[in-house]
Design a protein around this ligand. Structure first.
Ligand SMILES: [Zn+2]
Length: 292
């Protein structure tokens, strides 16, 4: 979006909201007012910090009095240039390195306004740390055991990751085999012999952190494009044979965390679609009576 004349404090020009969403996506917080479309001191202060980092303004305590045309252009450039997940060297953009076979044939793209939810998965295998190992996985993001974030698809591509959830969700696969319910060995999915018997994996801190950062980033990017993520779901809710997906450990570390941090919903105690199963009380103590 291009600006033709500067915007003064107090402006409610439609561009103000765009600038606010771009600042948020770039990591500048607007804690009190958010992207409210009103150009106040909070936004101008964040904009000033952005200009300082861009080398377009000397560091000073003064809050800029307006958003200038070159300032807005720099903001646009910075916003366009950010990868959808920024985690320094640990973010791997693999989107252009594979044929996108995991995209829905009948409904390949959704609009930003249709992206409503995030679905969490466990891979139930070990894909490992090499990004190319993930190319055939029909998922937007993979999170490795060491905390790498691997992006495989654009957020608006409809991937075949979770049945009828696909058309409004972004998927995150967390690598490893995890118990359906922590501490209950019988809830860990076992491969057929002669494959060796598995014992449940833990969730390393770096992997949990990366998964949480990925969730936050998805929410921010969707917001910056005019949409709104309102829900987070376990794959289990859409598929009966994915009972342990993603398991209590991941659900509590990432799914419940996202609900508390961002006010997302899991659909509630009796929510499921198709053959899916409700969230068990073993995963969420609010849901007394829900069986694993
Ligand atoms: Zn899954």
């Amino acid at each position: 979006m291009h600006l033709s004349s500067p915007l003064k404090k107090g402006s409610e020009d439609p561009y103000v909201k765009t600038a606010q969403q771009q600042l948020i996506a770039l990591g500048y917080s607007l804690p009190r007012y958010g992207a409210d479309g009103d150009l106040g001191d909070e936004t101008l202060r964040a904009y000033g910090e952005f200009l300082v980092l861009e080398g377009m303004r000397a560091p000073t305590d003064e809050v800029p009095k307006s958003i200038t045309v070159p300032g807005a252009a720099a903001l646009d450039r910075a916003f366009t240039g950010i990868p959808p997940v920024v985690q320094g060297h640990k973010y791997f953009d693999e989107r252009n390195k594979h044929p996108h076979d995991g995209r829905s044939k009948s409904y390949p793209y959704m609009k930003w306004s249709e992206v409503k939810a995030i679905v969490l998965h466990q891979t139930a295998t070990q894909l490992g740390e090499k990004p190319e190992r993930w190319h055939s996985v029909p998922i937007h993001f993979g999170i490795t055991r060491s905390g790498k974030t691997i992006q495989l698809y654009d957020l608006t591509e409809v991937c075949n990751h979770a049945g009828n959830f696909n058309r409004w969700t972004v998927g995150v696969e967390i690598d490893g085999w995890f118990a359906g319910v922590e501490g209950r060995a019988e809830t860990l999915w076992q491969p057929k012999p002669p494959a060796p018997k598995r014992t449940a994996m833990n969730l390393p801190a770096a992997q949990a952190d990366a998964a949480r950062a990925c969730v936050k980033r998805i929410i921010d990017i969707v917001a910056a494009n005019g949409g709104k993520v309102t829900h987070i779901h376990p794959h289990r809710q859409s598929s009966g044979d994915r009972q342990s997906d993603p398991g209590s450990l991941i659900w509590q570390a990432v799914g419940l965390w996202a609900q508390q941090q961002f006010g997302l919903s899991d659909g509630g105690k009796s929510y499921k679609i198709d053959t899916g199963r409700t969230i068990p009380v073993d995963w969420d103590s609010r849901y007394a009576g829900n069986k694993y």
